[in-house]
Design a protein around this ligand. Structure first.
Ligand code: ADP
Ligand code: MG
Length: 466
């Protein structure tokens, strides 16, 4: 895990016009939160042109990047920026399709984004494999074990197996698709270095195809792709809607599969859900083995955190890890980003971190991961836990086995929602707010005096928040 992010290559982070309204700070945060890959591929492409009337204007090299950033990052950028600078209200991203004659380019305006762009132009045929993305660094749990086993099986097999060709991996962003793909590629190369493996993003595939068309170099392009033993295409949802590329992609797939070469595809959705993708391609993609990666569970998140801490040489207490696993539910990438921040903080200050400082460091991230908890959620989960009826939450029964869980639910409603005492009373069968106050006090007392009870409450909070 790379924890040097804070200090690494300042010229790649910074780009400022003299007054960049704290954009460079926002960039640093985004880089830590979303990781190097996302930063390099997307966020670093943003070139800030100016800020007028609260609207920040950016230019990016292509329409494709513009669309992607708009869909995936516009809100996140605004949120992160507003925290640093209230004056920023919105952002506008426009594409500079040629990628060269930027409006603002002048002698001093050679920016990080244009530098990075020119580096990517100098494309090699396939993407470089990430050395962190190996099977041994992948934590397996129920949400991903099917995809994991499928990837393992493909990597161990000496030739393509028709039952899993193509292997189609899909799941939400940041859940480990690219990691599994690269792990498969590493493993194949380890077992048989002679097998030619190419792992490429759909974006790069499209880019190479378009370039080949422009340069009348299609034969070369075809040959290159058809000479591999294993072809991996990552994030194929990005290929939607580009007709000539789709056509070429389809032929490449067919030709490779017919020649018994292995294909592995990843996408953020299932083959049939790929909009704007031609039907024949969708069905071709779904022919082999389709394996989905589900959202993480609390246990998997905790396991991932523990394994990453283990290799980081930093001590982080279990309660902080549990807190992160409970709170950062969106995806593994954000979870890693959160952990990296905590580790960076520990490294810089030399102090171990506690729950309060974690909350402070991760304020923004925690806010965006916040799950709205309703009183009904609490009532349902507490009733389940103590095997009483949901309707008992609104009853007036005084029997301890019913009354105590009801008081616990009132207490949890008070601390986990922002509802008023009166509203809480109403949801519990129209009780008075003094009844709620009484319940809250009773439970607080019990927490202070009874260790077992206090553990029960902690557990319930976990159950309700997950
Ligand atoms: P995707 O391609 O699905 O968007 P990635 O493969 O890039 O997601 O994963 C995002 C980050 O989370 C990577 O740094 C990856 O190593 C990490 N990650 C995802 N799943 C796991 C897992 N099960 N165990 C360890 N790390 C994981
Ligand atoms: Mg990916």
């Amino acid at each position: 895990m790379n924890v040097d992010i804070l200090e690494s290559n300042p010229e790649e982070v910074a780009m400022p016009p003299s007054n960049n309204h704290k954009w460079d700070e926002v960039l640093k945060d985004l880089r830590i939160t979303y990781g190097e890959d996302t930063y390099k591929s997307w966020i670093s492409k943003l070139e800030l042109i100016d800020v007028t009337a609260g609207c920040a204007n950016f230019v990016v090299p292509t329409h494709f990047i513009k669309d992607w950033l708009r869909t995936h990052f516009e809100k996140k950028i605004i949120r992160a920026w507003k925290d640093k600078n209230q004056a920023i209200k919105k952002i506008r991203i426009t594409a500079n399709q040629t990628g060269t004659d930027k409006k603002s380019s002048g002698p001093n305006r050679k920016t990080a984004s244009s530098t990075t762009q020119s580096k990517t132009r100098k494309h090699s045929f396939a993407n470089k494999l990430d050395s962190r993305f190996k099977f041994e660094n992948f934590v397996v749990g129920p949400p991903n074990e099917f995809a994991y086993s499928a990837a393992q099986a493909v990597s161990k097999s000496k030739t393509a197996q028709s039952g899993s060709n193509p292997l189609f991996l899909y799941g939400g962003v940041g859940l480990g698709k690219t990691h599994l793909m690269h792990a498969t590629a590493w493993e194949i190369q380890k077992i048989n270095p002679d097998r030619k493996v190419a792992c490429i993003s759909a974006e790069k595939f499209m880019y190479q195809f378009v370039t080949a068309l422009r340069n009348n170099d299609i034969m070369n392009f075809k040959e290159r792709y058809r000479s591999v033993d294993v072809l991996m295409v990552d994030d194929v949802q990005f290929m939607c809607g580009k007709n000539s590329t789709q056509e070429e992609f389809f032929h490449t797939l067919n030709s490779l599969i017919d020649n018994n070469r292995q294909i592995i595809i990843s996408a953020d959705r299932s083959p049939s859900a790929l909009e704007n993708m031609e039907d024949r391609i969708k069905s071709r993609l779904g022919w082999g083995l389709v394996a989905d990666i589900h959202n993480t569970t609390y246990e998997l998140r905790l396991g991932i955190l523990e394994s990453k801490v283990e290799i980081s040489n930093v001590t982080i207490t279990k309660d902080v890890l549990e807190f992160l696993a409970r709170k950062i539910v969106s995806n593994v990438r954000e979870l890693e980003g959160a952990l990296n921040k905590v580790i960076a903080h520990t490294n810089i200050t030399g102090q171990s971190i506690n729950l309060d400082s974690t909350r402070e460091i991760l304020r923004d991230l925690l806010r965006s991961n916040e799950k709205i908890i309703t009183i009904e959620d609490i009532q349902r989960k507490v009733a389940e836990r103590y095997s009483i009826k949901f309707s008992d939450m609104s009853s007036n029964k005084r029997l301890r086995t019913v009354a105590r869980p009801r008081q616990m639910a009132m207490y949890l409603s008070k601390i986990l929602t922002n509802k008023s005492l009166a509203e809480i009373g109403r949801k519990f069968g129209g009780k008075d707010h003094t009844t709620v106050i009484h319940a809250v006090k009773t439970i607080e007392n019990l927490i202070d005096t009874n260790k077992e009870f206090s553990e029960d409450i902690k557990l319930l909070i976990k159950v309700v928040e997950c």
